[in-house]
Design a protein around this ligand. Sequence first.
Ligand code: G3I
Length: 371
Amino acid sequence: MNLKIVHIVFPFLWIIGAGVVNCSAQKLSVKGNGLKDIYKSDFLIGTALNSDQFQGKNALADRLIKAQFNSITPENVLKAEIVQPAWGRFDFSLSDRFVDYGVRNKLFIIGHTLIWHSQLPPFVEAITSKDSLRQFMSQHIAKVAGRYTGKIKGWDVVNEALNEDGTYRNSVFLKLLGKDYITDAFKQAAVAAPHTELYYNDYNIEQPRKREGAIAIIKQLQAADARIDAVGIQGHWHVGKVPYRDIEESIVAFAALGVKVMITELDLEVLPRNFSGADVSQRMVNSPEMNPFPKKLPDSLQRKLAIDYEQLFNLFLKHKDKISRVTFWGVADGDSWLNDWPVKGRTNYPLLFDRNYKPKEAFYRLLNIKR
Ligand code: G3I
């Protein structure tokens, strides 16, 4: 979106946000001006980092991260296939740098994720005995969560354990250990990282049937005296199709169980797709129709994106007493996983900052909601 157009079409924004709208991404790094500052009394504002970003290899991203966000999640480097590529062989070279970055910059560090059916090292997929899988799980949690105790402030203990109809996903964990693997994982995480928040995290759990599944998990944990502090609604939604009512009902329903709610992987897809969610095994073939905006997103769509983000944040603010964090899944459009999924090599525009790390209209709307 050309900022001049924002000025013409949004005189209101222009008047109240003059100082902000006019400034470059660089000026946005001025202390006290960022999203994290605007929403300070409401909830944390997080972002997911790739390895270039937490290693300081991208100066523009680095500046934005420090100015706009007060929480970070590793996009990939704490996943099992990376930290334990072979049985008992741990590789913390990247995750240590991620955690150091967070500690150095005083950010609320999220661990993502301990037990997930995806991005597992091949040796886990090959396990056929209950005892071996149980041993993998307990060692993995003890070693990984234990290493960062006191530094990582919250763990996605179990990720994406549900099917769309709310039943338990038939993962290697469910097949061999039954649904108690979830309770065991939370209990083991509580021992390994005693002062760390523990979360269940999933996509589409705002949708009624899957929401019931998440409620069942929370109740299962509570009935077994396993601590769960919050539930993460991932928030991979689509422009023009954001399920506001389902989201609100879910926030209320989860909070009623005594857990906090987080939006953990927020992005808004703007390109065509015929399904919702974030099941990485679902793929579509590339074609010009599937990649309609390789150079620039039309202003009309940029506007829709901004309006959806604004409406979402108004909803989050309405329920700020129940929400502890809103995390975007990536810093800027060029970093987003949605450029390569469900279609490889698309040009997508799902975040608040463009490929040059410049703020988009959506950013200004979120900045100005509370003014
Ligand atoms: O590490 C290899 C690299 O060696 C290789 O050169 C490159 C070639 O494509 O691939 C690299 O691995 C990729 C990895 O991201 C790191 O960039 C994988 O192919 C790619 O599949 C993987 O995608 C990640 C995806 O999870 C995999 O499940 C995305 O970056 C990441 O954003 C995404 O995040 C998930 C959350 O963890 C859970 N919720 C859904 C969300 C979106 O799928």
